[in-house]
Design a protein. Structure first.
Length: 369
């Protein structure tokens, strides 16, 4: 990324939605310990970036620290993750409706402070878990299943913008809800969707929604009432990932594969990995989610194989980085993982649906040189 007059090296896993625009007219950052930069991926205007992410932990040693040749997200091909997970949301002893438990969680969002937002689907609510908290905080829904403004009905996914507004895929109500930070009620910003599941937000603030029943993905401009088709003829699309070139990576559950689509050509897509049902390292079984890192490596929630796969660009097979020990509730096991995400340190978070918990797998980047 570039500041106004030079370049800096910094950790790039921070999402654009977490960054605040610089103050006008002199590109000032009013928050302490922030610098105004032109981020290569975020917006067309300068944003304030935390100086804590500009250090030797993320950047190579160079003569002039403000000059680097390429960005570094801290995860290399040799990175590994702990085989045992730690429960960071929910409890290891089962489901429930109290705020220290989850019931059938689906999607999650991890912000820059390692705060976890969980779509607690069968409790019809969104719950926020602070780092190291033993109990969650209700931030949306929680008033039972329903379609009132204070209710949700089996929410599947959640994203949060830099202002703290929460966007929710309210699946059984066929709508997308927006809850402002601290609000007691949400508002419907997109409606009449057959079966919304995955929701993503790009750097311009456009929302992408997967419709599981119709087998398509549409995007909505801010305030729009009609969506634009960006991927079609899919079979059971679940969660998706949007990269900076607006390529869409889709977990196509019913075809046991991950595909890549271009929102400019909705009728065309290409298969990246999978495509045959099985538990081999070159196979998938009902994948629900995919994310992509700086190197183009895919991370896949291989749901019915109870594992998380890491698939390096161009490889013919993947590697298991979490789970893969059969369905179970041990720390090294998963049960129908639904979604996954990373924090700023490259730690992996997995929604362990069948065990009603979120597991954290700590990263080890000591071999990243």
């Amino acid at each position: 990324m570039n500041n106004i007059s030079s370049s800096i090296c910094a950790f790039l896993w921070l999402t654009c939605s977490e960054l605040i625009s610089c103050g006008s007219p002199n590109n000032i950052c009013y928050e302490p310990n922030h610098i105004c930069v032109h981020h290569p991926r975020c917006f067309d205007h300068p944003v304030c970036y935390p100086l804590s992410k500009v250090n030797q932990e993320f950047c190579p040693s160079i003569i002039t620290p403000l000059l680097v040749s390429k960005p570094n997200d801290g995860i290399c091909e040799n990175a590994i993750w702990s085989s045992n997970g730690t429960t960071v949301a929910g409890r290891i002893d089962g489901l429930g409706s109290s705020l220290n438990r989850l019931y059938g969680p689906w999607g999650l969002f991890v912000d820059g402070n390692q705060v976890i937002y969980v779509a607690d689907s069968k409790n019809h609510r969104i719950v926020k878990w602070e780092q190291d908290a033993s109990c969650g905080q209700l931030v949306a829904g929680g008033e039972g299943s329903g379609n009132n403004t204070d209710q949700l009905n089996h929410p599947s996914d959640v994203v949060v913008d830099r202002d703290g507004s929460i966007y929710i895929s309210d699946t059984e109500n066929g709508r997308i809800q927006q809850w402002s930070s601290g609000a007691k009620n949400g508002k419907t910003i997109i409606k009449d969707i057959s079966s919304p599941v995955g929701i993503s937000r790009d750097k311009q603030g456009l929302l992408y929604v997967s419709d599981w029943k119709k087998g398509e993905i549409k995007k909505w401009d801010v305030g729009a009432t009609i969506g634009q088709l960006v991927a079609s003829r899919l079979s059971g699309p679940r969660f998706m990932f949007i990269d900076q070139k607006k390529s869409i990576y889709i977990a196509e559950q019913r075809r046991d594969r991950i595909i890549k689509a271009d929102d400019a050509i909705p009728s065309q897509s290409s298969m990246l990995v999978g495509g045959s049902l099985g538990n081999g390292l070159n196979q998938l079984s009902s994948p629900y989610s995919v994310i992509v890192d700086e190197l183009g490596t895919l991370y896949i929630a291989d749901t019915n194989n109870h594992r998380i796969m890491r698939w390096v660009r161009g490889a013919q097979s993947g590697k298991v980085i979490a789970g893969g020990q059969g369905m179970g509730s041990r720390y090294d096991q998963l049960s129908y993982p639904h979604d996954l995400s990373f924090d700023l340190n490259g730690n992996l978070y997995v929604v362990d649906y069948g065990n009603h918990r979120v597991q954290k797998f700590v990263s080890d980047k000591s071999l990243c040189q």
